[in-house]
Structures are given as structure tokens and as C-alpha cells.
Design a protein around this ligand. Structure first.
Ligand SMILES: [Zn+2]
Length: 274
């Protein structure tokens, strides 16, 4: 993308887009059109067949692919090192889960955003791999809009539910397992995968996960399923490759909109025509 600023580059890698590989002065010279992506993962129980780092791996590895493709499409995008420890209180019961309190995470996001605002960049995107972070990331979007003046965005690593999951494939199910079989197959043991779909919840029309009209507080051992919510048994590396390709396409298209997004009326926008 053309701009008034000379394009900084990560040291050591032509075209590299790792923000932390820049020097301080180079980061200060990022242009206002630059988009900074913070991958947000988690370290939490994902059943016996998946690694604790599942959400971190998805956010970290997919954000790298998305940023590379976006740069190839002419966008000025930079990636921060991934945030590994986040809000996993729903899996606190499960050994191996390593998490931080919600207020600690909000303070961390606030400080990271204020640090990004000290560079020349004016757009910050959370690229999030963990559903349990969504509500808090939405709070951080508004805090950083107000406190740092940044344009802030949340882009979730969305994986599709499988046909046997009744819409409940939200944790350790077919989508996540397929994507991990594609990204890091040596960390997946499909022989330990078992279906764990909370079918009794399908009786409720209003109460549910995600976009349901009535939300409820839940812990991942509430469902008697060993912490998995979904059916990973139909997962495959081939489906994972398709999901990854879709995530790259979706990610690049989203970053292209983010690059030109301005909520203000055109006449009031920076550089807007009179
Ligand atoms: Zn997950």
C-alpha cells in the first residue's frame, strides 16, 4: 500500500511483518494506515485428544497466514507476539489450564493498546481463538477507543460446527479438531476423541450459547462431558485445510474493510473531501 511513510520492515526477513522485530524508531514511524494485529489465545483443557494450547495455536498460526496474505494483497498489517494466557475460568477445574483473572486481562489489553497507540499505527485488531474471551475483548474495544483514540476491532477464529453437533460444537469439537489436524497433527490423538454433545440442551428454545436470546453462566464440566462440547470424531486434516483456507480468505477480506473503516460521517473524516 502506498503511503507518505517509508515502509519499515522486520529485521532479518524481507517483507517480515512481526512488529516486535522492528526497532523502536521504526515502530514509531508506522503510518496511521497501519493495522496492528494481536493474536489472542488460551492455555486450557480441550479434552484428551487436543493440546492445551489449541486456541493459542489457532490464533498464532492462522494470524501469521492471514497477515502474510493481507500484506500480499497490499494492506499495511503488522503482527504482535500472541497473548497466551487469558480468561479460561470455565476450565479452572481441569489440570493444565493456565489462566488470568478477567480484571487482569482487561488491564493487560488496556496497557497493550496504549502501547500500540504510542506507535504511528491507529488501528488495532484482536485476532481471537478463544470464545471465553469475547465478552471481555468487546469491553476492551470500547475502552481503547475512548482512552487511546484507536480504531479497535475484534476478529474471531470462527470454525464451523459439524453435522452431529446440533449447533453445540463450541469446544474441542469437529471444527477445532480438524483445524489442529491441519496445523499441528502431531499434537492430536484422534483415538482419544469421543462425542460430547449436550443434547438435553436442545430442548431449550431461548437459553443457549453464543447468539441465543437468553445467555447463561456455565463451566465446562457442567455438561457431564469431560470438558468437551461437541463431537470431534468426524474431524479430518482435509476439513482442517478447508477451514484454514476459509479463515485466510475471511481474514484478508475483514482486514481490507478494517483498513478503510471510519465510523464518522465522510465529511468529518480525516482527509475527507469537503
Ligand atoms: Zn478452543
Amino acid at each position: 500500500m502506498t503511503g507518505a511513510h517509508a515502509a519499515p520492515r522486520s529485521a532479518g526477513r524481507p517483507g517480515g511483518r512481526e512488529l516486535a522485530e522492528l526497532s523502536g524508531p521504526a515502530a514509531a514511524e508506522l503510518g496511521p494506515e497501519a493495522i496492528v494485529v494481536l493474536p489472542v489465545g488460551s492455555i486450557e483443557h480441550h479434552g484428551p485428544h487436543l493440546p492445551l494450547a489449541t486456541d493459542l495455536l489457532m490464533a498464532d498460526l492462522m494470524s501469521a497466514r492471514v497477515v502474510a496474505a493481507a500484506v500480499g494483497a497490499g494492506l499495511d498489517v503488522w503482527r504482535l507476539p500472541a497473548l497466551a494466557y487469558t480468561k479460561s475460568d470455565e476450565h479452572d477445574w481441569a489440570p493444565g489450564t493456565v489462566w488470568i483473572d478477567a480484571d487482569t486481562l482487561l488491564a493487560t489489553l488496556r496497557r497493550i493498546g496504549l502501547s500500540v497507540a504510542a506507535t504511528g499505527a491507529r488501528r488495532l485488531v484482536f485476532y481471537n481463538g478463544h470464545g471465553g474471551n469475547v465478552a471481555l475483548l468487546q469491553v476492551a474495544l470500547r475502552e481503547l477507543r475512548r482512552l487511546a483514540g484507536l480504531q479497535t476491532f475484534l476478529l474471531n477464529v470462527g470454525v464451523p460446527a459439524g453435522p452431529t453437533e446440533l449447533g453445540f460444537g463450541i469446544h474441542g469439537g469437529q471444527g477445532e479438531t480438524s483445524l489442529l489436524l491441519h496445523l499441528r497433527p502431531e499434537l492430536v490423538d484422534l483415538s482419544l476423541a469421543a462425542p460430547a454433545v449436550p443434547e438435553h440442551l436442545a430442548d431449550f428454545e431461548r437459553i443457549g450459547f453464543g447468539g441465543a436470546p437468553v445467555q447463561f453462566g456455565w463451566l465446562s464440566d457442567d455438561f457431564g462431558s469431560g470438558g468437551v462440547i461437541g463431537d470431534p470424531t468426524g474431524a479430518s486434516a482435509e476439513e482442517g485445510a478447508r477451514i484454514a483456507a476459509d479463515l485466510v480468505d475471511e481474514g484478508v477480506a475483514s482486514l481490507a474493510e478494517i483498513a478503510r473503516f471510519d465510523p464518522r460521517p465522510p465529511a468529518a473524516g480525516e482527509g475527507g473531501a469537503a
